[in-house]
Design a protein around this ligand. Structure first.
Ligand code: PMP
Ligand code: GLN
Length: 384
């Protein structure tokens, strides 16, 4: 009996599932998988309950309920000055994960190459492989994790179809600067490539750094699919309400695949995320400043313990080099940590082709209450 397709070869179980299971088994503090331990806005939950009780429980239109598509379009205009047509240039998905899968399955043919920033989010690798595509990683390297523009240029071949971008970048916390985005845009335009831009951490940037969607750069609006999700912006990671925006033909390609993955996505949560998207500026500022202070608490604590800390400009995550504490393999370190210390973290190695570049790096989530971060640091002090 056949128990697995070649499409899944080598993909195994995601590192997030492995590490979250270890956290449960050992009663560890989970600084691995990125999810907040506080609730999103009450009025948003209330709107979801209202929708559940109010009969909004059947299939939505394939691209999502009109009020959410309108709210996504209004959000793009409010924050980035972008004009997108809610009827043809917006589609709601089951999390950003499905938007990524739909984009890749809808646009990549067997043998096509897709450039990804390494370390890469693990679902990119999986869906590129499922589509029969070939990934071409361009590595962001410690200590500053900036884009090596020459390596990006060198990664393009006649088979390149797309650049799958992620900024703010998980796991390094890099927020691509305008000059880096301009370089990527130039490569995309010269080589007639699609850019799939995963911007799920768009509102989670620190120290005054702003997120710039690459689609706002000259010549990019007609070749960029922009992906985001309500998970990170509103602290509802389990709701899995995501979306893609962009030119109608690219959105249509994504929807072409999406319609056969899930057909439609969770109906009663959509009006709630539509409401969340109208949150005032104060909401987004508070989210950012709270996370920034949690980042500082964790980064300062890890530095005091002796780790080399790379302070992120955005996302939920800080990266450390573990070598100053006498370890050299992040995977072995993260497998040891729950049992020995009672804390879970994520090894960068899971996100690299160039295993050497990721070997000593470990990612820690700071989207946790300050007392939880304090307790984790206390537990980690046995490593000192
Ligand atoms: N992209 C990146 C870079 C992520 O970190 C995540 C994590 N949730 C996702 C996509 C998936 O988002 P969602 O939960 O909305 O599917
Ligand atoms: N995006 C989150 C992370 O990077 C969650 C990932 C997941 O569970 N697939 O931790």
């Amino acid at each position: 009996m056949k128990t697995s397709s070649a499409r899944l070869a080598g993909l195994g179980t995601t590192i997030f599932a492995e590490m979250s299971a270890l956290a449960l088994q050992t009663g560890s503090i989970n600084l691995g998988q990125g999810f907040p331990d506080t609730e999103g806005p009450t009025e948003v939950v209330d709107r979801a309950v209202e929708a559940l009780r109010g009969g909004r429980n059947q299939y939505t239109p394939g691209t999502g309920v009109p009020e959410l598509r309108a709210a996504i379009a209004a959000h793009q205009r409010r924050f980035y000055g972008l004009v997108v047509d809610p009827d043809t240039e917006v589609a709601v998905t089951t999390g950003a994960t499905e938007a990524i899968a739909g984009s890749v399955l809808g646009l990549v043919d067997p043998g096509d190459e897709v450039i990804v920033l390494e370390p890469y989010y693990d679902s990119y690798v999986a869906v590129i492989q499922m589509a029969g595509g070939v990934r071409r990683p361009v590595t962001l390297r410690a200590p500053d994790f900036r884009l090596p523009v020459d390596e990006l240029r060198a990664a393009v071949s006649p088979r390149t179809t797309a650049i799958l971008l992620n900024s703010p970048h998980n796991p390094t916390g890099t927020v691509l600067r305008r000059d880096e985005l301009e370089a990527i845009a130039a490569v995309a335009i010269e080589n007639d490539l699609v850019v799939i831009s995963d911007e799920v951490y768009e509102h989670l940037t620190f120290d005054g750094t702003s997120h710039i969607p690459i689609t706002t750069l000259p010549g990019m609006a007609d070749r960029t699919l922009t992906i985001s999700s309500g998970g990170k912006s509103f602290s509802f990671t389990g709701w899995k309400v995501g979306w893609a925006t962009g030119p109608a033909p690219l959105v249509q390609a994504m929807v072409g695949a999406k319609q056969f993955l899930t057909y439609t996505s969770g109906a009663p949560l959509q009006p709630a995320i539509a409401l969340a998207l109208t949150s005032d500026d104060h909401f987004f500022e508070t989210l950012r400043s709270q996370l920034q202070s949690q980042r500082d608490l964790l980064c300062d604590g890890l530095r005091d313990l002796g780790f080399d800390v790379f302070v992120p400009e955005g996302t939920y995550f800080a990266t450390t080099d573990i070598r100053p504490l006498g370890f050299d393999d992040g995977l072995a370190f993260c497998r040891m940590l729950p049992e020995r210390v009672g804390v879970v973290a994520i090894p960068h190695q899971a996100f690299y082709d160039d295993l050497e570049a990721g070997r000593p790096l470990v990612r820690w989530a700071f989207c946790k209450r300050p007392e939880v971060i304090d307790e984790a640091l206390e537990r980690l002090s046995v490593l000192r």
